[in-house]
Design a protein around this ligand. Sequence first.
Ligand code: ATP
Ligand code: MG
Length: 287
Amino acid sequence: MSEAALHVGSGKVRELYALDDNRLLLLASDRISTFDVVLPTEIPDKGRVLTGLSGFWFARTSDLVPNHLLTLREDGRSTECTRLEMLPIECVVRGYLAGSGWKDYRATGQVCGHPLPAGLVESQQLPRPIFTPATKAETGHDENIDRAAAVELVGEERFDEVEATALALYSFVSDYAQERGLILADTKLEFGIDGQDRLVLGDEAFTPDSSRFWPAGEYRPGGTPPSFDKQFVRDYCESLGWDKTAPGPELPEHVVTGTRARYVEAFERLTGIGFDEYLADPVVVLR
Ligand code: ATP
Ligand code: MG
């Protein structure tokens, strides 16, 4: 890393450095969080999986929306990016009823103000994908909000642009995943505004940390399909009776190995590229 890079922030997973006024270095660590708590145990190569997959999608969706990626570095876990003014909302698209979407539907029959047919079951496919924004909580959990609340935060014009763009991205990646035997149940995107006032896709995109991918062959509405997201680690943590407040539990070796294998499998199935090949030459995902 350049001597001049200044550490400007630290998320649960990423370290952010300023390269200059217009560029950031995003470094994805191997940290894993569950229930918004970073665990003391790392998952080897997880940051590389997230970085490689994001790069893969950025390269394939740049005609739908510009993205922040400038350079993918040789370590496979750092990227030079355009520095953006991030919008204060998490841009979630759901094609299926899972997680907080399912919870809200069960309680109110709606998700973020979208009225839905009665009688849907957990994990069921929605009549059409919906945009369900959430607040970006500085601490604690994000909260689902309706259109009016999101418009309040970003303005009506920007909201409409973000909604249309997020739905188009979801549709592209969900078709792509479907051809590889995976269902993209839902995903969280983060957008920002660049120096020319353009909407730009930032952060990570369509990774197991930001998305729920389900193997299509094992999908049955009415339950929780096995997924490539953090369910495996979550299940382990819950089996301990942990109260979901910091500090989180250490992970035993078999949970570390199993989790790493799931991240790597998601990478390989979605990209069709061997993970070893990526480690040898990360820019392979951009071709
Ligand atoms: P939080 O930042 O709330 O802790 P997180 O734990 O998901 O969320 P990380 O993914 O670890 O955070 O770190 C990424 C951070 O960098 C996020 O806050 C994200 O909004 C921000 N970010 C991503 N891309 C850009 C960009 N191009 N310009 C500015 N900020 C960005
Ligand atoms: Mg993040």
